[in-house]
Structure formats: structure tokens, C-alpha cells
Ligand binder design. Structure first.
Ligand SMILES: [Zn+2]
Length: 177
């Protein structure tokens, strides 16, 4: 009788099975395997996962732990995003481009200072110089603050993405075991 060389689907051990065998137990890991045949190949598939196999259970526990961690990370990030949107801290019009905001603030400030000196040259009362100067200073401060906040946001985002990639990789490694 001819024998076939197959590999255990669970532990990868080489197995010899008779040509017409349908079910076999792996001598190495005791998995119950079904021998499947296609036109071009013969392979095995685990019939029943052995519940007593604590190693495997620990493994799936680890998978669940990492999955939970990813979910929690996503949830926390979602809350943070919603929170910053509610508080108007998230400028969705120019995401990731706080420098544009700063450039605009500088431009606005220059216009304000220009107005101040222009009205000053006509001998206008002090208030007409102070208001544009105040607006210019305010624009500069707001621009700088926006840049700082934007950078903090970008940093938080890249931290989140980095952590997520890390966890996803961990999860994939666990699943491939
Ligand atoms: Zn095996």
C-alpha cells in the first residue's frame, strides 16, 4: 500500500499516512487531523482543537489581550478626537498644516502694524494705532499657539499610530503561531 507524506496542520511535523486514510492523529502533538486531497496536493486540516491544550489557550488569551488593547487604544483616541473637536481645539480645515495658520497670522499682523503706522502718519489719535497693533499682536499669539497645539496634536497622533502598528504586528505574530 502506498503512503503519502503530509505535514501536521497544527505542529508541522511530517507524517506518513496510507493513501486511503482520511483521519489521522499526529504522533507529535496529538491533534486530530483530516487528510484532504486536491488534484495537485495532499494536506491535513485540524478536526478538533484540543481544549486541554493549555499552551494553545494561553496563546489565544494573549491574542484577546492584544485585541482588547487595540480596541481600548482606538476608543481612547476616538474620545480624544471628539473631545478636541467639541472644544474647538481641532482645526479640521487645516489638519497637519499649522504652519499655514502661522504664516497667515504673521501676514495679518503685518497688515495691522501697517495700518497702525499709516494712521499714525496722519496724526490720528492713539486709539487708532493701538487697536490694529493689539489685533496684530493677538494674531501673532494665536498663530504661535495654533502652531504649538498643532504640533502637539501631530505628536499625539503619531504616538497613537506607532502604538497601534506595534500592537497590530504583535497580534499578527501571535496569529501566525
Ligand atoms: Zn502535530
Amino acid at each position: 500500500m502506498e503512503t503519502l507524506s503530509v505535514r501536521c496542520n497544527h505542529c508541522g511535523a511530517p507524517l506518513q499516512v496510507a493513501e486511503n486514510t482520511r483521519f489521522v492523529t499526529c504522533q507529535f502533538c496529538q491533534s486530530s487531523l483530516e487528510v484532504k486531497r486536491t488534484d495537485s496536493s495532499v494536506f491535513t486540516e485540524e478536526v478538533a482543537k484540543i481544549a486541554e491544550n493549555t499552551g494553545r489557550m494561553a496563546e489565544s488569551l494573549e491574542v484577546i489581550t492584544v485585541q482588547n488593547e487595540i480596541e481600548q487604544l482606538d476608543r481612547e483616541w476616538g474620545i480624544e478626537q471628539a473631545d478636541s473637536m467639541v472644544n474647538g481645539r481641532n482645526d479640521t480645515r487645516s489638519p497637519g498644516n499649522p504652519l499655514f495658520g502661522l504664516a497667515f497670522a504673521v501676514f495679518f499682523a503685518v497688515v495691522c502694524f501697517g495700518m497702525a503706522s499709516f494712521s499714525g502718519s496722519f496724526g490720528a489719535p492713539g486709539i487708532f494705532q493701538l487697536v490694529p497693533i493689539g489685533m496684530g499682536v493677538f494674531a501673532l499669539v494665536a498663530g504661535v499657539m495654533g502652531t504649538v497645539k498643532g504640533q502637539a496634536r501631530d505628536e499625539a497622533q503619531s504616538r497613537y499610530q506607532q502604538r497601534r502598528t506595534e500592537l497590530t504586528r504583535q497580534l499578527e505574530a501571535l496569529k501566525q503561531k
